[in-house]
Structure formats: structure tokens, C-alpha cells
Design a binder for this molecule. Sequence first.
Ligand code: SF4
Length: 182
Amino acid sequence: MKREILLHICCGICAGHSVEYLRDKRFEIKGFFYNPNIYPLEEYKRRLEVAQTVAQNLGFELIEGPYEENDWLRETSKLKDEPEGGKRCSVCFGMRLIKTSDKANQLNIPYFTTTLTISPHKNTSVINKIGKQINQQYFLEYDFKKKDGFRKTMEFAKRLNLYRQDYCGCIYSMKQKTTGKE
Ligand code: SF4
């Protein structure tokens, strides 16, 4: 029997293998693009377009959440000097997962999870811990980078000729890239 899951999608590239993985586990997937961290707006739109291309290609519905850039900046401004992978990222993961949990409730979808764990630059145990704190029962823990998941999703992106971003997403990670601090 198929089960429904709301998959938080941080970007289209990360969705490629994650969607295939969840389908193998017989999940019926709806995607949720909620990423108020992405800066600037042009980059947000570009990543959303890529996610829409992937949704069309793999045949699942993608819901766009609101672009609450000011809320995100307010929550993270005190942590602007944190390195990537530090406390700011935990707040950023939490904001996106809380909204995904709320959306799943609103849509009557029992389970939720996130594509974030496919990135080798992100700490899977931190992401999964935050998800479980939000909802112990219905957040499903995965580590999509496992079993060659990251390589598979990059191959998927290559096949579809998808745009590949070169920074995590927020203004701080963009500045670290441009000043060569990363
Ligand atoms: S570096 Fe990435 S995960 Fe960390 S706060 Fe910025 S956008 Fe969020």
C-alpha cells in the first residue's frame, strides 16, 4: 500500500535521487519548496524553476511555499558570523522543517522529510535530530547521500542539464564564497 509523504525540496538537483529513493519505498510524493534562506530573489527564482523542471520530469506535484526572506533574516541575523555548518544552519534547517511539518498537517499528509541530507556538506544527524524534535512520529529520518546517493543525484542533474549553484543559498554563504572564506 502506498503512503503519502511531503518532501521538503531544497533544490531540484537534491530532489532527483531523493524522489527516486522514496518511490522505491512505495511513497507517494508531494514536493514542498520552502526556502526563504535563498538570496537574492533572482537566485531563489532560478532554483525554484529548476525544482519545477525536476517535478515535471519525475511526475510529482510541487507546492511552492512563501518566500519569507525577512523572517529568515530576523531569525538568523545574530548568527551571521557563524561558519557554514554551525548554529545558523541549525536555525535555517529548523525553520524549513517546521513549515514543512505545518504544510503536511494542512494537507493531511502523514509523513514529511527533506532532501537536505543528500548534501555531503550538511550534517545528516543534525538535520534528522531537528526533524525528530519537530515531530518524533511523522518526520522520517533518511540519509539520502548514502549508497552513492550524492553521485546519483549529480548524474541526474547532468542528464537534465540542470543549473548548479555554487553556494549553499543564504547571503552569508554567498559572501563567504565571494570572499573566498569557504
Ligand atoms: S549556509 Fe546554507 S544551511 Fe547554513 S544558513 Fe546559509 S543557507 Fe542555511
